[in-house]
Design a protein around this ligand. Sequence first.
Ligand code: DAH
Length: 350
Amino acid sequence: MQELGTLLAACLSEIARCDSLKRVETLRNAILGKNGKITQVIEKLREMEPDQRRRVGSEINSIKDNVIKALDQRRCELESAEISERLVSEFVDASRPARPRSFGKIHPLTKVSEEIADIMSSYGFVLADGEDIETEYFNFTALNMPEHHPARAMHDTFYLQIAAGECGRRLLRTHTSPIQIHAMLANTPPYRFFSIGRVYRNDCDATHTPMFNQVEGLMVDEKVGFGHLKWLMTDFLKKFFGVKHLSLRLRPSFFPFTEPSAEVDVNYDIVNGKMVFGTGDRWLEVAGCGVVHPNVLRNGNVDTLRYQGIAFAFGIDRLTSLKYGISDLREYFESNERWRNTYGFCHVTV
Ligand code: DAH
């Protein structure tokens, strides 16, 4: 059939001339759509005698197959041409120098948390994680603060509403110490863990915010004691403040989860109106620490005849203020862009 022979050739040449994906689709519709050229021929089959219908039917089917193949192939060609073109036009030269301003700034607390994690890891301490919402058991009871213990009252705790059927209250953790218990229960001693996290207490003024950050350290081994603790904290602070010499003053104190316990002061001086750590004879409190109470070790499934533990915690917000001269702690959480541009850090060094 002459007509069908030219139909295929006409379709193929139109397809070859398509220069965009849109044109291919328009043409596909013009050939194979409801009123398309091939569809019309197929419609005509109905009027034909059975013999002729069979012959023409098989011919038109093969034409249709060829046309579909040609359309798909043209589509592929155009798609890969488009990708190649985009690869050229959207080329990014990753070796060009960065423009740090356009990245925004790193929050000082994030920077300091990273510095602390680096220092703690250098002593072989491994990061242990916990949840902001804790149970009374982990936040208090397991840390040797049974119900009605006076130390609980000092924490100004935010309690959550009790859900029906829940026994024991849930709360926003008041310190990172409950992570000690989780870490002990999940591991076999000896081990060294540190955790960094938000803690919450109902307190707010220039030096207290209802949410703040702590870093907690825990080491359990066969022979550890106060000497290790003092060395560790001295070395930690030297590295943190970037000084060669630094003195620590350990003042006897009380924490229910350690015995003996101490509060830790670091020496400093005021030079040209700025605090300089490691010189002078002024003292500033930076941490709490102690030898882990046997009751706490037992609650963490640790054999107290074989192992001892040492633990400490620093306030990260405090350390950040001291190192970078930020006086009002509330600013940390106010999302003030100008403040962040002043006190924030660049993502890249140039
Ligand atoms: N959890 C205490 C607090 O937030 C700080 C603390 C003191 C942690 C002594 C310790 C420690 O691990 O040994 O007030």
